[in-house]
Ligand binder design. Structure first.
Ligand code: NAD
Length: 449
């Protein structure tokens, strides 16, 4: 099938290249000229395991192309995906300007029937708004063409995006048009062979499904962080509690890790956006507001532990002035270079405000960190995790990259002057760290604080 994708970010590029990989004829369009120029030269703008080879092999086979020409893309696609960003507005609700701009463009350029697919995460009612903007643009041209707007939220996880797209748990399609449903079934048939994964529903339920999924996951994390904060006060260890509750299949082991807060481009903004949507409908979502508040607080947890270690009780953080902190992990989670809303940012900014220096290492997010913060004397980006330890006073771990899970504690002890480890991801058994002569602070572990 001929498919066009607006937006070549994490979702658009993965969607486009995976659809091309099963044989569809795909054009990806973006307004970012540099990104498209790079992609044409085989430069993949993001780090995502497996993406590089899927993009390159399908470009080589001729079924994946990149353009900045909306005209070319609209003409090409019988199915047109909208996969542009929906960042938070000033009040936390989803900013739909990019989605609506694409809708308008489609209406201005389409010459024949199109299935327009909202893959961006958008508030309930957005399909109606996109329908209206396309109709308006068609009217403006005095042109009559039929189209359907379908909701098809994306559930891929950054860090495993290609694998998730290729083997989805479910494919949600929101439409009331039997014809559009048939078209969408054809698009996804190659991903639906093993067993039925397609779930068809009305548009509004589909739009809400995406928010409900992300909010449920964020709730699990904030819930565990709440338990961690209780655990450390009552003398318990959240890691034991996690194992104890995860063994109940109604709860399960997934997404119940306590830590230094969730980040990324989705959970923070989607929790906020759904809370704002609820508010617009006169409903005060106590759970969503609490999930957000707990997470905001949790992102300051590592800094609080650092203050505790250095005997800081009030607002005078001068004890940190001139200290150097080795920081392992910058990305908001492993296997991505995405720094959006990363807990590491809140921590680094607090350390800088206190006059400390950060020597950071991340396997993939160094360029992104450099892009965000530029050159500054109090940020040193190091080529290896060992280099970050050099001449540091303490070590902090923010992201649970695999490569951080079995470090040489002797090297850490010999390198960091204050012989202390702050672990925002509970990677180690406290006893093991103590045996190696380091002080250890982790999340929700009474024994370690
Ligand atoms: P992104 O910021 O990585 O990419 C968005 C891209 O859209 C950018 O390259 C931008 O230049 C492009 N764009 C903006 N306006 C355009 C236009 N008019 N025409 C063509 N391109 C345009 O965003 P993302 O992370 O891929 O997220 C996209 C959407 O998918 C969001 O709504 C997000 O919530 C949702 N989503 C994201 C993930 C994720 O893990 N990142 C997962 C599921 C859903």
């Amino acid at each position: 099938m001929k498919i066009s994708i607006f937006g070549t970010g994490y979702v658009g590029l993965v969607t486009g290249s995976c659809l091309a990989d099963v044989g569809h004829d795909v054009i990806c369009v973006d307004i970012n000229q540099a990104k498209i120029d790079g992609l044409k030269q085989g430069i993949i703008p993001i780090y995502e395991p497996g993406l590089d080879s899927v993009v390159k092999s399908n470009v080589a086979q001729g079924n994946l192309r990149f353009t900045t020409s909306a005209q070319e893309a609209v003409q090409h696609g019988e199915v047109i995906f909208i996969a542009v960003g929906t960042p938070p507005d000033e009040d936390g609700s989803a900013d739909l300007q990019y989605v609506m701009a694409v809708g308008k463009t489609i209406g201005e350029l389409m010459q024949s029937y199109k299935v327009v697919v909202n893959k961006s995460t958008v508030p309930v009612g957005t399909a109606d708004k996109v329908t209206a903007v396309i109709s308006q643009a068609l009217e403006g041209r005095g042109f009559n063409a039929e189209f359907d707007v379908v909701s098809n939220p994306e559930f891929l996880k950054e860090g495993a995006a290609v694998a998730d797209f290729m083997r989805p748990d479910r494919i949600v399609i929101g439409t009331s048009s039997a014809f559009a449903e048939g078209v969408m079934r054809e698009v996804y048939a190659p991903f639906n062979r093993n067993h039925e994964k397609i779930i068809v529903m009305d548009v509004r339920s589909s739009e809400l499904t995406k928010y409900a999924a992300n909010c449920m996951l964020a709730t699990k994390i904030s819930f565990m962080n709440e338990m961690a904060n209780i655990a450390e006060r009552v003398g318990a260890d959240i890691e034991n509690v996690r194992r104890g509750i995860g063994s109940d299949p109604r709860i399960g082991y997934h997404f119940i890790y306590a830590g230094c807060g969730y980040g990324g481009s989705c959970f923070p903004k989607d929790v906020q956006a759904l809370a704002r949507t609820a508010g617009q409908y006169g409903y005060d979502s106590k759970i969503l507001n609490a999930v957000e508040a707990v997470n905001d607080k949790q992102k300051t947890k590592l800094f609080e532990l650092i203050c505790k270690h250095y005997g800081i009780t009030g607002t005078d953080t001068s004890a940190l002035k001139g200290k150097t902190f080795a920081l392992w992990g910058l990305a908001f989670k492993p296997n991505t270079d995405d720094m959006r809303e990363a807990p590491s940012r809140v921590l680094m900014e607090a350390l800088w405000a206190a006059g400390a220096t950060v020597k950071a290492y991340d396997p993939e997010a160094m360029d992104e960190t450099q892009r965000i913060y530029g050159n500054r004397a109090d940020l040193v980006l190091c080529g290896t995790k060992e280099a970050a330890l050099n001449a540091a006073d303490a070590l902090i771990i923010c992201t649970e990259w695999k490569n951080f899970r079995a470090p040489d504690f002797t090297v850490i002890k010999e390198s960091v002057a204050d012989q202390v480890l702050f672990d925002g991801r509970n990677l180690f058994d406290p006893a093991q760290v103590y045996r190696n002569g380091l002080a250890y602070y982790a999340i929700g572990r009474a024994d370690s604080i």
